[in-house]
Design a protein around this ligand. Structure first.
Ligand SMILES: Nc1ncnc2c1ncn2[C@@H]1O[C@@H]2COP(=O)(O)O[C@H]2[C@H]1O
Length: 455
């Protein structure tokens, strides 16, 4: 009886360990980095092969010669993508923010994530071939080409482009409206001018729109051209306007893309953010929003992330690696999932310690404005950050010990130390600065930062 119980426990433990290992490999977390890298590279190569084959298969000669091989490869890679999707669903309830929803709802919520939807699209061609033979050829080709989107999971550049377009959607909408307006005007004018001379080519304003689009985009097929002098003049003006108009959206996307790409060393995925304990209580959709606010930063072992006394405008979360916080009287190490750099932002003081990468680090960077926005919106999250900040200040105080405390008491710094339960003022403006000065003093003095004499 005892033996059986033991084996049952052993079985479930090893089952859980297997699931955990699978989760770590699929989500590139924990200790299984090599496995995760091998899987990632394998999937990238498979996606690229699939896209190339989907295109090549439309060449009749190639299809005739390689049809059996192509079908086998298509079936094999379809099975791999389907297995990947099913496995990601299987481990979905291990994502920290989804754990509380139970086995069914955690997976449903995971399935709603953009990355999961793209994975499903990647697996769909196989299902279409199996369940809808001969009926869904075009759909299967399109779905196979859509596997290209799966690369977004691994490519910072592709993510940057998608988010650049997303961020600039208003400007792009505005410029698109201007372009549409010009096309419509040019088409109407051309219809009115050319219709009598070329009733076949400028049969309606719709035909004029076709001419205007090919002209404004500078394509100019030459199948429809103005023949009247007035028509040629209008055509010339539209051609010149075309350059400026097309440059508008191109310029918007190009500058937004350049901005984005420089701030991304790696892709900030949903699961990377979900692993940060601070965000554990957020809903899956909220995590997706937080992910948009975070930039990525890779720092090599030994690299300095912040200098004591620096002016601060961002805080950091450790997605991978370990940092060393060099306090004046102590050194503290923070690992994966921890955050730092919040003290200076909360108190609007210079950095209270030097921070160095103890190992190679992948950091998620949150700008001061974004932190303020997050803390304003989510009281629970704000409280967690404030509690941690207070603990850190308290730890700093403890380390200073008797001697330093005496020194500080003499200089009146602990005049307000009984009030440490009170919330420190967050991101105070100039008006409230005086009120919060004593708290600021405490945080700065404890961490050993010199106060700006001008203050
Ligand atoms: N005792 C501590 N334990 C852990 N981290 C700390 C401690 N003191 C300071 N820090 C972190 O080190 C960071 C240095 O920059 P900041 O002052 O912005 O924010 C600080 C905290 O995030």
């Amino acid at each position: 009886m005892k033996t059986r119980a033991k084996s049952e426990t052993g079985g479930s433990v090893s089952g859980h360990e297997f699931k955990r290992a699978l989760y770590e490999v699929l989500e590139d977390t924990g200790k299984r980095r090599i496995g995760a890298r091998v899987l990632r590279n394998f999937l990238i190569v498979l996606i690229l092969i699939n896209i190339a084959l989907a295109v090549l298969e439309t060449v009749p000669e190639i299809r005739d010669i390689l049809s059996t091989h192509l079908r086998l490869i298509q079936l094999g890679s379809g099975l791999v993508f389907l297995a990947e999707y099913v496995m990601r669903l299987y481990v979905a309830d291990l994502h920290p923010p989804l754990r509380r929803y139970g086995p069914v709802f955690s997976r449903l919520r995971y399935a709603m994530q953009p990355d999961a939807i793209i994975d499903l699209i990647g697996a769909l061609p196989l299902l279409c071939v199996v369940f809808l033979p001969n009926q869904a050829v075009t759909m299967v080709v399109i779905l196979r080409l859509l596997r290209f989107l799966k690369l977004a999971r691994y490519s910072p550049a592709l993510r940057s482009l998608i988010s650049a377009v997303g961020n600039e959607r208003r400007a792009l909408l505005g410029s698109s409206m201007i372009i549409c307006g010009v096309i419509l005007m040019a088409a109407t004018l051309m219809y009115l001018i050319e219709h009598d001379d070329q009733p076949e080519k400028f049969r309606s304003i719709l035909h004029g729109i076709y001419w205007a689009i090919t002209t404004v985009t500078t394509v100019g097929y030459g199948d429809v051209v103005p023949v009247t002098n007035l028509g040629k003049t209008v055509g010339g003006i539209v051609m010149l306007m075309g350059y400026g108009l097309i440059a508008l959206p191109v310029g918007i996307i190009a500058s937004a893309f350049a901005r984005e790409i420089h701030s991304r060393d790696f892709v900030v995925t949903w699961s990377m953010v979900a692993r940060v304990p601070l965000f554990e209580d957020l809903k899956a959709t909220e995590i997706a929003e937080v992910a948009k606010l975070l930039q990525s930063l890779r720092v090599r072992k030994g690299g300095t992330i912040a200098e004591q006394g620096d002016v601060a405008d961002k805080m950091y979360f450790i997605a991978d690696g370990e940092v060393e916080i060099r306090l004046q009287h102590d050194t503290v190490y923070l690992g994966e999932g921890s955050f730092f750099g919040e003290l200076a932002l909360i108190n609007q003081t210079p950095r209270t310690a030097k921070v160095v990468a103890y190992k190679d680090c992948q950091l998620l960077v949150l700008e001061a404005e974004a932190l303020k926005h997050l803390m304003d919106r989510d009281e629970g999250l704000a409280k967690k950050i404030m509690d941690e900040a207070r603990d850190r200040v308290a730890a700093g105080k403890r380390v200073l010990g008797e001697l330093a405390e005496e020194e500080l008491q003499q200089s009146g710094v602990f005049a307000s130390s009984e009030n440490t339960d009170q919330e420190p003022e967050l991101f105070q403006g100039d008006d409230s600065k005086d009120e919060a000065d004593s708290e600021d003093d405490m945080m700065e003095e404890v961490a050993g930062t010199q106060k700006d004499p001008a203050k």
